[in-house]
Design a protein around this ligand. Structure first.
Ligand SMILES: [Zn+2]
Length: 163
């Protein structure tokens, strides 16, 4: 049985037509304050909330991991925001596309230009092909690929840094 799922939820077992699942990242924010929860932007002099303020209304010197001596810390509600990276904020979207006509499944993950994505495809060579009929073949992104979604550098075989 063919099962298409996203985040563990079964989406489809209907294999008669093209099946696609697309997950898009709704949160554009890359940084969020651990103290006040505001979305933050990285500025030259620190992290600003949406009103442009570098000062955190929820600042607590006893919670500030950058402070050893609370006496020397800013007062309550007068210190900086505490930025942490929003998980998955590097991703634009992810999709699975099952194509019976091509006898293929493609998984795409977009991390750069949202119009493109890394794609991994597994497909079966038709039985009536001159060679390799019935075998499965896998296509993956690779370093030096023309028109890459993003440049790749080999860390070790099968593992790449995304540049
Ligand atoms: Zn804050």
């Amino acid at each position: 049985m063919f099962v298409l799922s996203a985040n563990g939820e079964m989406i489809s077992t209907d294999f008669d037509n093209d099946s696609s699942v697309i997950t898009e990242n709704a949160d554009d924010t890359e940084w969020r304050c651990e103290a006040c929860g505001e979305s933050l932007s990285e500025e030259s002099d620190g992290y600003a909330d949406e009103s442009g303020s570098l000062i955190c209304d929820a600042y607590d010197p006893y919670d500030d991991p950058g402070i050893d001596d609370v006496e020397a810390a800013p007062d309550f509600r007068e210190g900086p925001h505490r930025p942490h990276r929003v998980p998955l904020s590097w991703a634009n979207s992810a999709a699975i596309h099952a194509d019976p006509d091509e006898d293929s499944i493609t998984v795409t993950i977009s991390v750069g230009d949202p119009r493109g994505a890394f794609a991994v495809t597994v497909r079966r060579i038709p039985d009536d092909a001159e060679t390799n009929g019935g075998r499965l073949i896998m296509h993956t992104p690779y370093p030096g690929e023309p028109m890459p979604h993003a440049a790749l550098t080999t860390a070790h075989t099968g593992t790449y840094w995304v540049d």
